[in-house]
Design a protein around this ligand. Structure first.
Ligand SMILES: [Zn+2]
Ligand SMILES: [Zn+2]
Length: 348
């Protein structure tokens, strides 16, 4: 099946239109016409080969919302015209203990990512959501609830699940005291989701302006990390802190903010952080842990949760041909809070 997308051909050239073929549907496949595609920081990291291992041409994008336009002979879960979504995963072994626990992201035999990952059947490099079509096995296709605004749903597929999963795992609910460090693509979803779960939410930010953004999103409090007095006053006042900062940083100002048994969850930075002082962890049984997206069932759960609680990402809609400019702005943190590509713009 012929299709059109936008691809990077090297780490230092802009994305350009790219004609390629999607596979013919296998028996359990769903053929999707993509309507919207969110722009995640991982897209940019992959395009620039920041993590190594990028295979070019690279078609990225793993916040995909679309419509079913074709089905394999044995695909039963969806019908033509259904509104569906695809997130960060498109396959896994389906047989290991982690897959059986609906944690396909931790598949023992290696999860299959939506882009820059080999197809489990033919070994070809996967192309993601910056394209007109995608073909995905039905077990990895999500249903978009009717109540959800299609144009704003895409960021739930990565930014949403990445923050929802730790909020659920650490049982956030009414009365929970949640801090969110960094109010960007992930952080703004963490604020909205924690509020919808009934938590008291504090936006933690280096500067007052970004903190005020947190308040605009509904956070009850703002904590400016540069304000030493305010940080001292906030000691031991959080049950859970979601740290969305995507670069190397110092955790030591934040760990003392945790109350007994509190946890700081890293969802942004993949790699080194500055050397943490274990004293507050040992003295109050607090911890630092990481978290990676979520499984397929939990991704469906967050879509349903957002529909039920009217949680919608803040999106800036762009045309496909604005992607390179969007990346430049993303690097400067100049987006409130997620770019979403209107894929209809590919036809223009
Ligand atoms: Zn992502
Ligand atoms: Zn598995």
């Amino acid at each position: 099946m012929k299709t059109l997308g936008y691809a990077a051909h090297s780490a230092d050239t802009p994305l350009v239109p790219f004609h390629f073929d999607r596979r013919e549907p296998r028996p359990k496949d769903v053929v999707i016409e993509i309507l919207y595609s969110g722009v995640c920081h991982s897209d940019l990291h992959t395009v620039r080969n920041d993590w190594g291992g990028t295979i070019y041409p690279a078609v990225v994008g793993h916040e995909i919302v679309g419509r079913v336009i074709g089905l394999g002979s044995e695909a039963k879960q969806y019908k033509l015209g259904d509104h569906v979504a695809v997130g960060c995963l498109v396959d896994s072994c389906q047989e290991c203990d982690q897959c059986h626990k609906h944690q396909e992201q931790f598949c023992r035999n290696g999860r299959t990512d939506t882009f820059n990952s080999p197809d489990r059947v033919d070994g070809s490099n996967n192309y993601g959501g910056y394209s007109r079509h995608i073909v995905v096995r039905e077990e990895f296709v999500l249903r978009v609830p009717e109540a959800l605004d299609l144009a704003r749903a895409a960021p739930i597929l990565c930014a949403g699940i990445t923050t929802y999963s730790p909020l659920k795992r650490w049982k956030v609910g009414p009365g929970s005291r949640v801090g969110v460090i960094g109010i960007g693509g992930l952080g703004h979803m963490a604020v909205k989701l924690a509020l919808a779960m009934g938590a008291t939410v504090t936006a933690i930010s280096r500067d007052t302006a970004k903190g005020a953004d947190g308040t605009a999103l509904g956070a009850q409090k703002v904590l400016v990390s540069a304000d030493a007095e305010a940080m001292a006053a906030a000691a031991m006042s959080f049950d859970l802190i979601i740290d969305t900062v995507p670069v190397r940083h110092d955790l030591n100002p934040y760990i003392p903010l945790l109350d007994v048994d509190g946890m700081l969850v890293i969802v942004g930075q993949l790699g080194l952080v500055d050397e943490p002082n274990t004293a507050p962890m040992v003295l109050y049984r607090t911890g630092v842990v990481g978290s990676l997206i979520g499984g397929i069932a939990e991704t469906q759960e967050v879509l349903d949760f957002c529909a039920q609680h009217n949680v919608l990402p803040e999106c800036e809609m762009i045309r496909m041909d604005q992607i390179n400019e969007a990346y430049e702005r993303l690097e400067k943190g100049d987006v409130r809070y997620r770019f979403v590509i209107d894929m209809a713009s590919l036809d223009a």
